[in-house]
Design a protein around this ligand. Sequence first.
Ligand SMILES: [Zn+2]
Length: 144
Amino acid sequence: MRLLQKKQELENIIKAKQEQMMIPLSESTNELSLYDEHPADIGSELYEREKDAGLLELYELELEKVRDALERLDAGKYGLCEMCGEAIETARLQRISHTTLCAGCAHQIQDKFIRPAEQDVTSAGEMADEGETFLISGHDFYDH
Ligand SMILES: [Zn+2]
């Protein structure tokens, strides 16, 4: 199972990175170098950590998506539209792997989401993207 493998990989990477970042700066950098001939080491160490923190965030986001996909897979719903139950377009799934709506339903919802707010044409595109993300994470929005 590819998704499970991906999940395991991501969890391992995140765990390793978290452990790496738990080590206090003074312990991971040779303490002597704080006073000695390598003052640049501290700067590059900090830089590495900031880079790691950014990466960690990306990995966690990715893991979240994989978990979502696995949940839907368990429920037999992966790749199926939550609204109409039809298969989501393959190209769309490839483009937005975490989407739970087919293109048709997504547009319907985006229209509903945009109209009451009376968005103008230029910001409608942005609203549409936000609307879809909101709907995916907040299922009860259209559940009443
Ligand atoms: Zn649909």
